[in-house]
Write a protein that binds this ligand. Structure first.
Ligand SMILES: Cc1cc2nc3c(=O)[nH]c(=O)nc-3n(C[C@H](O)[C@H](O)[C@H](O)COP(=O)(O)OP(=O)(O)OC[C@H]3O[C@@H](n4cnc5c(N)ncnc54)[C@H](O)[C@@H]3O)c2cc1C
Length: 465
């Protein structure tokens, strides 16, 4: 690491933080407290040439290297013990081109920085639902959110990338330049290099209609039966989904439901508000919902609604998968599991994707499954390390019970760090092509702190694991 530090001292414009530096304790923090690490050096890059210098220094010294944007990887891939973190957090510039309905943003942006810039001209980039999430990790893995049914995944809305590959060169990837890399970066995660700039398509979105409510546990089966039949025919403008959980004892939960199994429902309409009212009303007309609210919100307000539900530093663990159809037994299993749920913050998230995201042909991007619309995400969320084992084993146990009804496939951004064996399953028929492209751009698997796609014939250079 001394060698890397010495080189960067001479060739780097950003800041270099080592464990004894005052800023280090804050700088090393990543979102998931369960995945905390202590890197030997954090290189906070100011621009692409800093990224190039860091990649060159780390490859020539064979130093374990993590790349960080928002630090929200559930697996904790954006940090490492003792190695180097190439931290893009100072690189958060966003330029919006309203006429072209496009934007360019740097590789360290959070979703909130993009929304703030694009909303000033009434445009939006389809991305995730929590504004403190990093854009780079989210977009490179695929990117689902409120607008996915209407406008596709985040990666479907990328026009081009600038990326520093493993030999330190800065290359462009778009439909006409390095088209294979362009394909791989849309879903293939951080495997191919450090993206320093994204060029993306924006869509006009300003006000949305958003409803929320709480469905008591004994009504959930009926509600989900209705939902699973309704969604395949629903307009793309509607995003209706659920989080099954144990109700907390918060004031906003009706007193008789506190501590009980519930489905927290949300229904979003993007488009003509009068038409939307019919759909949002319909969503809350089934299942005897309580504490229902329906409001017209700015898109910016929608994008920050869930921010405080997922604070930095708590302990998180996830397992996810897809259902082609959602059967009664799977619903019953999830409800039953809530009886032994160790944390009120744990969630069983059920979304229906479909829409524009499903209409992109399977080979068009590297992103995995698009043909199984029911997305399940089991998200463990607790605060005390003493409860790690109970929460992790609850998630794992529930996943094992649900797995037989799932189809093969998983979204790489909803995976934990112990699921290496599922990465080929995530990419399936795209796997060999991804490995071939990886072999071209990163033959020694330098970028391996990610849901890893190994090169076909790893070279002999010693890359630390
Ligand atoms: C609170 C929360 C909400 C979420 N909501 C959604 C959601 O609505 N929709 C959704 O699809 N996902 C969501 N996710 C999952 C999210 O997509 C992933 O956690 C994603 O990795 C976050 O990106 P990041 O940049 O913050 O991650 P980081 O931890 O910084 O990085 C994640 C991975 O990407 C790589 N990487 C980071 N920056 C770059 C770069 N510039 N170039 C190349 N590789 C890079 C890293 O090396 C690492 O492998 C959410 C996660 C959290 C924690």
């Amino acid at each position: 690491m001394k060698e890397v530090y010495g080189f960067l001292k001479r060739h780097f414009k950003g800041s270099l933080l080592r464990p004894d530096d005052a800023e280090y304790p804050d700088a090393r923090r990543i979102w998931n407290g369960l995945a905390a690490r202590r890197p030997g050096l954090i290189a906070r890059c100011r621009d692409s040439s800093d990224v190039q210098a860091a990649v060159r220094a780390a490859t020539s010294a064979s130093v374990l290297t993590a790349v960080r944007c928002g630090g929200h990887s559930l697996a904790g891939f954006s940090s490492c013990d003792d190695g180097l973190v190439i931290d893009l957090s100072p690189m958060r510039k966003v330029q919006v081109y309203p006429e072209a309905r496009s934007a360019r943003f740097e590789g360290g942006c959070l979703l909130g920085s993009i929304d703030s810039a694009t909303q000033t001209v009434g445009l939006a980039f389809p991305a995730g639902v929590v504004s403190h999430t990093g854009a780079a990790g989210l977009v490179l893995g695929g990117g689902t959110g409120w607008l996915s049914r209407l406008h596709g995944l985040s990666c479907d809305n990328v026009r081009g990338f600038k990326v520093v590959v493993a030999d330190g060169s800065l290359v462009r990837a778009n439909a006409t330049e390095n088209a294979d890399l362009f394909w791989a970066l849309r879903g293939g995660g951080g495997n191919f290099g450090v993206v320093t700039e994204f060029e993306v398509t924006l869509h006009p979105v300003s006000s949305v209609l958003f409803g929320r409510g709480i469905c008591p546990g004994d009504e959930v089966l009926g509600l989900l039966r209705h939902w699973r039949e309704f969604m395949p025919e629903a307009p793309d403008n509607l995003r209706w989904g659920f989080s099954l959980k144990t109700a907390s004892h918060d004031e906003n939960i009706p007193a008789d439901l506190r501590g009980c199994p519930i489905a927290s429902a949300s229904a979003l309409w993007v488009g003509d508000l009068e038409e939307g009212r019919r759909y949002v009303d319909h969503a809350f007309s089934v299942g005897n919902h309580r504490a229902v609210t329906k409001e017209v919100l700015s898109f910016g307000a929608l994008q920050t609604l869930a921010d405080s539900d997922f604070p930095h530093g708590r302990r998180y663990y996830t397992k996810a998968g897809y259902f082609k159809t959602l059967n009664d037994e799977s619903i019953a299993v999830t409800l039953e599991a809530l009886a032994t749920n160790p944390s009120v913050a744990n969630e069983i998230e059920l979304a229906y994707l479909g829409g524009a995201a499903a209409r992109v042909a399977p080979g068009e991007t590297a992103f995995g499954s698009r043909n199984a619309p029911f997305v399940l995400n089991l998200l463990g969320n607790w605060s005390d390390s003493a409860d790690d084992a109970a929460n992790i084993s609850w998630i794992r146990g529930l996943f094992v019970r649900l797995r037989p009804a799932m189809v093969p496939g998983v979204y790489v951004n909803f995976m934990s760090g112990d699921e290496n064996d599922r990465v080929p399953e995530a990419y399936r028929e795209r796997w060999e092509r991804l490995r071939a492209i990886k072999t071209i751009y990163d033959p020694n698997n330098f970028f391996h702190l990610n849901q890893n796609i190994p090169p076909i014939a790893p070279a002999t250079t010693d890359i630390p694991r």
